[in-house]
Design a protein around this ligand. Structure first.
Ligand code: ADP
Ligand code: MG
Length: 728
């Protein structure tokens, strides 16, 4: 076997399982031990400081400097007791993942030594040199200052020896350079808009939260095999590899018994997550071999996103301890399922009501229907923005690939909710309804909960599906920061609720009774957003045709889909809610175009190198062996050699053809990059990479994968799919 691949196997065979014990008998005994949560604040803070923090968390008030000093002192005391030596402002730049710069808790004392120090000022704000983070031209390098500011609503936590303080990241002139700042604005917008609408139904509602329950899918690959695949190391996915004879055909991995080594990994992962207060709930094998899923109990959206980022980090770290590498890429292997991150989203009130769960009486159910209709109306109006919010280079492999939601946005509601909407749509306005019709409608609306109980409709092909008490936004990719999708969704729904209230209020002003006004506007909306409702198979050819007839957009090209951030309706939406001004939005799109182009560029370079340095030389070597063999036959048998060599002659020819195809295509791909690189405009260069470079990736791969089948297994340099997918 080629040395690299062989060495990987030897390491693999020597691997010993890493035994892991549960941190304590009961999860509740150690849950949150590394989080500066409310009970710890109560213990370590003065009453004034504690009250100030709680008020800031619950009501968004600001904390004055003196009280912030008090918070910093308490936080420091707790952190030092728990082994922390450093602190960091932990933030979410527009790259993948999170960023941190550690500072030690030290300052000079006046006797030439140091003292552990941490002030309210350091807690509240830092000025990292931010010039190397992507900003889409918002912050020129000569004006490198950006600053991070404490997000009080997400608690500080300790990782290793570092106290991490969740922060937003903005430029010196106030533009958001991260995901968290706009997310918090969108959460504030939906709170205000939803409270105003809830007031029609219940005056006690004063606060509405968006909830998020994410389901994280991932692959585990043995570390040694991973290291022998430069494409996995550098791009997160395999750029070549013939499919394994057996992969997921037998459906024997999904929900199967968890392999021991993976089981140990999961226990340690959960230990670490529980210490950080992340409520991991579900773990199971996913559809593809070596693919798994982790889902926590849902939480408030901002906290849930922080927790997801922490888990993505933990997945990587814990995997390595167990001799694995965790792949978060949306499509690490061609031909088998990729990984997504369903975003289960709902709204809930300070009165304890989940607004997407049907209520107990007609009034509560009118509220339920109001929120459902406005949500799908928002999806209808902002389908292009929602698509832009989830699409990028890696997720584009998944969408439309018969395993993940298609690039057409639609909403699945299930038979019963659809029936309710149809009923409202077909009714005359409440005012003109006969008393009998009114009673029957109310009865029908009141019956929703019992109906939903046995409503087992499950549609896996819909990008936005109602699942009983929430919507699942399923198009989000496994490596994404959920904030991107959540900013879009929360903003779209907030804006929609504002519009709804304006229309209802206008009718009320004209003398229409409140209930009837709500009814009339809902009825109108149900008619308008009908095209977005689709319960059928989102993967079918018929849906493509039907969606086009309905006027829904269907965009698979990433640079084209990203334009969804630039439409008038998107600009207007974000400006109206104060989430992004035009400059910020432009900066953000530019970052996305650039990320797309760079990812394709990296893949093209890696594939080119591997093709020329690994594959072609191997093919030449094997071909030479065959040629030697044929020559020998000729020497011994003379003219009879042709019959004796049989299809070897054919194979020699085939190898030559593949080699020259690979060489020519790599050359053409390099030329295409050169041409594209001369383009200045961020969108245009992304388009050029999409149209003129990206197609070579598949094209070259096809030849390599054919060679993999022909060439002596012993000589093949890279671990094969069957090895990557079945070692655990
Ligand atoms: P599925 O059957 O869809 O795979 P999972 O159990 O894997 O479901 O995950 C469902 C996720 O949805 C969990 O994180 C769960 O806490 C979350 N969830 C449940 N109810 C709600 C809700 N009302 N709002 C938001 N998320 C919810
Ligand atoms: Mg699940």
């Amino acid at each position: 076997m080629a040395t690299f691949r062989l060495a990987a196997f030897e390491k693999l065979l020597e691997r010993k399982p890493v035994e892991v014990k549960r941190e304590a008998d009961l999860t509740s005994d150690f849950y949150g031990m590394l989080v500066f949560d409310r009970p710890k604040m109560k213990k370590y803070l003065s009453k004034d400081s504690y009250d100030a923090v709680i008020d800031a968390i619950d009501n968004g008030t600001t904390i004055d400097r003196k009280l912030a000093d008090g918070v910093a002192t308490g936080m420091k005391a707790w952190a030092l007791e728990n082994g922390a030596t450093h602190y960091t402002h932990w933030f979410q730049p527009l790259t993948d993942g999170t960023a941190e710069k550690h500072d030690a808790f030290i300052d000079h004392n006046d006797m030439g030594g140091v003292v552990e120090a941490f002030s309210g000022k350091l807690l509240a704000q830092q000025e990292p040199d931010a010039s190397s983070f992507p900003s889409g031209g918002l912050r020129q390098t000569f004006e490198a200052r950006g600053y991070t500011a404490w997000d009080v609503s997400s608690p500080a936590f300790i990782v290793g020896q570092t106290l991490c303080i969740p922060t937003i990241f903005i430029s010196y002139t106030g533009e958001a350079l991260d995901y968290k700042a706009p997310l918090l604005k969108s959460l504030n917008a939906i709170d205000k808009a939803a409270v105003a609408v809830c007031q029609y139904f219940d005056k006690n509602v004063t606060k509405v939260w968006a909830n998020l329950g994410w389901e994280q899918e991932y692959f585990l690959v043995d570390e040694a095999l991973y290291q022998a695949r430069p494409d996995l190391c550098l791009t997160g996915r395999t750029l070549m590899g013939h499919s394994s004879s057996k992969d997921q055909q037998l459906d024997d991995h999904y929900f199967g018994s968890i392999p021991e080594r993976v089981g140990n990994f999961m226990i340690e992962l959960e230990n670490e997550a529980y210490k950080l207060g992340i409520p991991c709930k579900t773990r199971h094998n996913e559809v593809a071999p070596n693919q798994y899923e982790l889902a926590p109990i849902y939480e408030e959206c901002n906290l849930a996103i922080d927790h997801n980022l922490m888990v993505m980090d933990l997945l990587g770290k814990v995997a390595r301890k167990h001799g694995f590498r965790c792949l978060l890429h949306e499509k690490p292997f061609a031909g088998i399922n990729g990984s997504g991150k369903h975003n289960n989203w709902s709204l809930s009130t300070n009165t304890g009501v989940v607004l997407y769960a049907p209520g107990k009486n007609p009034k509560e159910n009118m509220q339920f229907l109001t929120f459902v209709v406005n949500a799908i109306m928002a999806v209808y109006k902002h389908q292009d923005l929602l698509r832009a919010s989830i699409l990028n280079a890696s997720n584009s492999h998944r969408l439309g690939a018969n395993e993940a939601p298609p690039a057409i946005m639609s909403a699945f509601l299930g038979t019963e909710v659809n029936k309710m909407l149809d009923l409202i749509e077909q009714s005359v306005s409440e005012k003109n309804m006969s008393p009998e019709a009114k009673t029957s409608l109310k009865l029908n609306i009141g019956r929703i909960p019992e109906i939903l109980l046995d409503n087992t409709d499950r549609n896996r092909t819909s990008p936005f599906a109602f699942t009983g008490n929430r919507f699942e936004f399923r198009a989000v990719g496994s490596s994404a920061n959920c904030a991107s999708a959540m900013i879009a969704l929360n903003s779209a729904v907030a804006n929609q609720l504002i519009d709804f209230k304006i229309e209802v209020d206008a009718l009320i002003k004209k003398g229409v009774k409140k209930d009837d006004a709500i009814f009339q506007v809902l009825k109108k909306y149900i008619g308008i957003c009908k095209p977005i409702r689709f319960d059928g198979n989102g993967y079918s050819e018929e849906w493509l045709a039907e969606a086009a007839k309905r006027g829904l957009s269907n965009i698979t090209s990433v640079p084209e889909a990203l334009k969804g951030y630039q439409t008038d309706s998107t600009k207007e939406l974000f400006a109206k809610l104060g989430i992004f001004d035009e400059k910020e939005l432009e900066g953000r799109i530019e970052v996305e175009y650039e990320k797309y182009m760079k990812k394709i560029q990296i893949e093209a370079r890696v594939l080119g190198d591997l093709a020329l340095n690994h594959i072609v030389p191997t093919a030449v070597k094997y071909q030479s062996l065959l040629i030697e063999n044929v020559k020998g036959l000729k020497e011994i048998f003379g003219d009879e050699y042709k019959t004796l060599a049989g299809n070897r002659l054919e194979i020699i020819r085939e190898i030559s053809e593949h080699i020259s195809a690979i060489k020519n295509k790599v050359k053409a791909m390099i030329e295409a990059r050169k041409v594209a690189n001369k383009i200045e405009d961020a969108h245009e260069i992304a388009v050029a990479y999409d149209r003129n470079v990206r197609p070579f990736l598949n094209d070259i791969r096809t030849h390599i994968d054919k060679l993999e089948l022909i060439i002596d297994d012993e000589m093949w340099p890279l671990p094969k799919y069957r090895e990557l997918l079945f070692n655990r």
